[in-house]
Design a protein around this ligand. Structure first.
Ligand SMILES: [Zn+2]
Length: 116
């Protein structure tokens, strides 16, 4: 019986990175973020499991991934920040920002990938 939900649905298909004065670039998350691996073929990536938790204004998802090209595991940390601001007691603005980080199999940060 396979009752595991499709974890790909938890992963944004792409994120944005800023290129200083040259605007923004879009990069796909369908790739392996480990050093010395150039896999950008989604069919060679597997989602293993997800861990979700809340931390103050953050909703954090850790997606455990396996790369079948380099045969190593890595993690995507998807950090969604939600908060409301009040301006002059008038209206509330809900702010939501998503940040994606790549981490190695041990949870060490490999860097900020982008935002969505
Ligand atoms: Zn890889």
């Amino acid at each position: 019986m396979n009752n595991q939900k499709n974890l790909w649905l938890e992963i944004p298909s792409h994120v944005f990175v800023t290129l200083a004065r040259r605007g923004m670039d879009r990069i796909s998350l369908d790739q392996c973020f480990l050093v010395d691996c150039d896999n950008n073929n989604k069919s060679l990536l597997e989602t293993i499991k997800i861990k979700e938790y809340n931390e103050k204004y953050h909703h954090i998802k850790i997606i455990y991934m396996k790369c079948n090209k380099c045969n190593r595991n890595f993690q995507l940390k998807i950090d969604r920040l939600n908060y409301a601001t009040k301006q002059n007691d008038k209206k509330e603005n809900n702010i939501s920002i998503g940040l994606v980080y790549a981490r190695d199999n041990y949870g060490n940060n490999l860097g900020h990938v982008g935002y969505f």
